[in-house]
Write a protein that binds this ligand. Structure first.
Ligand SMILES: NC(=O)c1ccc[n+]([C@@H]2O[C@H](COP(=O)([O-])OP(=O)(O)OC[C@H]3O[C@@H](n4cnc5c(N)ncnc54)[C@H](OP(=O)(O)O)[C@@H]3O)[C@@H](O)[C@H]2O)c1
Length: 260
């Protein structure tokens, strides 16, 4: 995810590669980053943050190692530097406990289509975040897709479950539909093309049409027709709706759990 954001920033000229420093312990990733002309450090102890004049820090590590990384950063960080974190689940309170009450923390929940500039990111700043830092964060994440701002922190758990994890649900649907097409006799290449284009086209319609998704669905569904036959199976005993509700509830619960 960090690399996707970096690529977006570079391709949209939001920052030049001379203005970006990456802390990356993974050797293979380091090699790829160096090829892009980025200055890479293996450990924070190798960076003189003050000398480099770092104006913002973006944290993109897994939640499990965040605490260890945050305490390490704290030893070297200037409190005035805003901290942007894309880590799922962790609350502003978690960062304040480590970096102090006066620190400026900005939580962001992006998603993987950001890799191709088609992501959506939700941004939640803390009460100490300056508007200029908030605007800069919006600019950075606009480089990899759309951006929305969030008013209440607990909405971040729902957003994580909907758009953060959402690409996986869509891929599951795509994967299942392709398998079904193949099982019914189509070849793999044709099945993939039909399914992927159907998702792209339908998403485009849902995005630009004045009609709701429900109205668009009804438009495609002629009474007694082929579509209706399939939807009847999806809707039997509300299985489809109930499964999605259950899955999202479980994802929100997990996001809340990660914060503890
Ligand atoms: N993937 C998603 O769909 C998604 C969506 C929204 C938000 N997020 C959030 O984004 C964060 C990153 O997720 P990801 O999927 O991009 O994970 P990832 O691919 O594992 O990336 C994390 C990177 O951090 C590096 N790292 C490990 N220890 C470090 C340290 N001490 N200092 C600096 N870097 C270190 C890792 O190196 P190694 O490979 O050597 O461990 C890896 O390159 C997570 O907190 C996740 O919650 C992810």
């Amino acid at each position: 995810m960090g690399t996707a954001i970096l690529d977006g920033i570079l391709s949209k000229n939001i920052l030049s590669n001379n203005d970006i420093f990456v802390l990356e312990p993974n050797t293979n990733q380091s090699i790829l980053l160096k090829k892009k002309g980025i200055c890479v450090f293996k450990s924070i102890t190798k960076i003189n943050i003050k000398k480099l004049g770092i104006k913002a820090l973006l944290i993109a590590v897994k939640p499990q190692i965040l605490e260890e990384v945050a305490f390490e950063i704290k030893k070297y960080m200037d409190i005035k530097v805003p901290i942007i974190s894309i880590v799922a689940g962790k609350r502003i309170k978690f960062y304040k406990n480590i970096f102090g009450k006066e620190s400026s923390i900005i939580r962001v929940m992006p998603n993987t289509p950001a890799t191709y500039g088609k992501g959506i990111s939700a941004i939640y700043p803390c009460n100490k975040t300056k508007n200029s830092h908030f605007q800069k964060t919006i600019k950075i994440f606009s480089a990899v897709g759309k951006v929305i701002s969030v008013k209440k922190e607990n909405e971040m758990d729902i957003i994580t479950a909907i758009s953060g994890s959402g690409p996986a649900y869509v891929f599951l649907f795509i994967e299942t539909l392709i398998k079904s097409a193949i099982n019914n006799g189509l070849d793999k290449k044709t099945a993939k093309e039909l399914v992927v284009e159907t998702f792209l086209g339908s998403s485009h319609m849902a995005a630009i049409s004045n009609k709701s998704a429900e109205e668009l669905r009804i438009d495609v569904t002629s009474p007694g027709g082929v579509t209706e036959a399939a939807l009847k199976e999806f809707n039997e005993n509300n299985i489809f709706k109930n499964t999605i509700d259950k899955a999202i509830k479980s994802a929100v619960k997990k996001s809340i759990m990660l914060s503890h």
